[in-house]
Design a protein around this ligand. Sequence first.
Ligand code: SF4
Length: 199
Amino acid sequence: MTDFTEIKNNLKKIGYKVTTFEKGCEAAEYIGRAIKDSTVGIGGSQTIKELNLYEVLINNNNDVYWHWIMEPETAITNAMTADYYITSVNAIAQSGEMVNIDGRGNRVSASLYGHKKVFYIIGKNKITKTYDDAIYRARNVAAPLNAKRLNKKTPCAVSGNGCANCNSPERICKAMVTYWGPMSGMETEVILIDENYGY
Ligand code: SF4
């Protein structure tokens, strides 16, 4: 079993609420209890998909906006101002910094502003020793796997050898955001799961 003590303490020091779970299904039940009678935006996230969180949330909320399963432009626009926003990160350091890379910008921008609360849901596979390792993971592990999932003709997707900092027209890495702490005026909770989820 993973010892989350160090990362949990560091995240709390930075100002996050932190909750840990052994299993993803427990985390999904927790989210289902925490978000009700509200509007919810969901970021493009394999973790959220694997946890079936859309299905968990849709029955008890007014609207759930997720561009992976509905008309993208409307879903993205509505998700930006939903009461709650849930997503994951590409990497999280033991020291508490979280890193996300985005191609369209909707996920990182929606995670930064405009909600009552943001949840980051993170499997143990995303945890790195240092902040530099987190950046490395985001660029060389998460982004190439996402490029492959999207069938992009980028060097990373074709070679499987990590990021080539490409100039490809299909490049998916257009911005990289580090979350140094919760945004002012918006509650933010980090949920750590002792299982692997997403990339
Ligand atoms: S910059 Fe290009 S090569 Fe590097 S991960 Fe992104 S899409 Fe792949």
